[in-house]
Write a protein that binds this ligand. Structure first.
Ligand SMILES: CC(C)(COP(=O)(O)OP(=O)(O)OC[C@H]1O[C@@H](n2cnc3c(N)ncnc32)[C@H](O[C@H]2O[C@H](COP(=O)(O)OP(=O)(O)OP(=O)(O)O)[C@@H](O)[C@H]2O)[C@@H]1O)[C@@H](O)C(=O)NCCC(=O)NCCS
Ligand SMILES: Nc1ncnc2[nH]cnc12
Length: 322
């Protein structure tokens, strides 16, 4: 009996196995479509979160006061063509960009695609501010960080400072080095390039090519050190801004005041830090004096301000909210 039963199954084997194979293929296709949909939903949700953190970091920088020569909610610092409203319009115009560039990073996009998104974001910023450059440096550095966060997450890596920098250099390092190698025809096409040609100082492009050393080796460690000694988030950001001013070759400072101005910015920042930064009892008065002096000289460390926002973003990405 058992023998007969086995034989009857055996005779139907081709038809049954074909149907089973079709069923299996359908199930596999449905499963992979579901997995792709889930991954896309996860990517979109993550990119939206990263974009919120990027915009929040720019807003935290704007709100900080006193900041030597820079625009805040309190005053316009050394600027007569922009105020806090200009910055708010600008950062609001960048929210889609940060989401798109994070998704592009998740999708392992080539640098040319990231660059194109950056150029479109610059155009959106200029439309929002009626032609004023509020966040060109931030579009570049925070954009690269958002792309790196997306790439790291897609590969199942943590969004720690070390992995963000590794991803940035491994995936886009050589193209960023190419972007930093400026052709003679380009040399005078921006304030940053004019300054680089005239004074042989590095700027945003070199920062990118080296994996944002000012962010990962100066800004983030300064934020962590200040937090570890019990500083409030506001004081930690003030100390970090000064640490960046003491370190960065800020093309905005060179453009406005040449090497003497850059030397002055560095000295003032070193002096503030040597006095203990915000751990000094009278730090607020000292920072206010710096602010007034910078305004008197029309100095504005806008590059350091962008790098502060980038450092705040790296710190936020490493935290539980990300
Ligand atoms: C790579 C680019 C960012 C091009 O930079 P480039 O070298 O051509 O120079 P700039 O166009 O001058 O822009 C550089 C901005 O970067 C900031 N910055 C300055 N020093 C540093 C530094 N050492 N490290 C990092 N970042 C730095 C700085 O931004 C601040 O300054 C703004 C005001 O600048 P400016 O318009 O010169 O100022 P004003 O004084 O107001 O000028 P006047 O009206 O008096 O003439 C301020 O708002 C801060 O944002 C520099 O502005 C880039 O353009 C590029 O390649 N873009 C396209 C691609 C892209 O972004 N892709 C993104 C992902 S790949
Ligand atoms: N708060 C600020 N003031 C002037 N320039 C800036 N660039 C970036 N942030 C800035």
């Amino acid at each position: 009996m058992a023998h007969l039963y086995t034989a009857s199954i055996a005779t139907n084997v081709p038809a049954r196995s074909k149907a089973a194979a079709r069923c299996l293929a359908d199930a596999q296709a449905t499963a992979s479509a579901c997995a792709a949909l889930l991954a896309r939903t996860e990517a979109r949700a993550y990119a939206a979160r990263v974009a919120r953190l990027a915009v929040r970091s720019l807003y935290q920088e704007l709100c900080l006061y006193p900041k030597p020569g820079l625009v805040s909610l309190v005053d316009n610092g050394s600027h007569d063509d922009m105020d806090a409203r200009t910055f708010v319009r600008s950062l609001f115009s960048l929210r889609h960009y940060f989401r798109q560039i994070c998704l592009a990073g998740w999708d392992n996009a080539a640098f040319s695609h990231l660059r194109q998104l950056g150029i479109e974001a610059e155009a959106a910023m200029l439309r929002a501010t009626r032609g004023i450059n509020t966040h060109r440096g931030a579009i570049f550095s925070l954009g690269l960080l958002c792309a790196s966060a997306g790439r790291a997450r897609a590969q199942g890596m943590a969004s720690s400072p070390a992995s963000l920098r590794a991803v940035l250099l491994i995936r886009w390092g050589s193209e960023l080095a190419g972007h930093a190698a400026v052709k003679p025809a380009q040399q005078h096409s921006s304030n940053g390039l004019r300054v680089a040609a005239r004074y042989a100082v590095s700027g945003a492009r070199e920062e990118g090519a080296l994996g944002l050393p000012s962010v990962f080796e100066v800004g983030v460690p300064a934020l962590l050190a200040a937090t570890a000694r019990g500083a409030s988030p506001r004081c930690a950001r003030i100390d970090t801004l000064y640490a960046l001013m003491a370190h960065v070759s800020d093309s905005n400072v060179y453009h406005r005041a040449g090497p003497a101005g850059a030397q002055f910015v560095r000295q003032q920042a070193q002096r503030f830090l040597a006095l203990g930064g915000t751990a000094h009892q009278r730090w607020h008065t000292l920072a206010l004096q710096d602010h007034q002096n910078f305004v008197g000289l029309r100095l504005s460390p806008g590059g350091a301000a962008d790098l502060l926002a980038a450092s705040c973003l790296v710190q936020a990405l490493a935290g539980p909210a990300a």
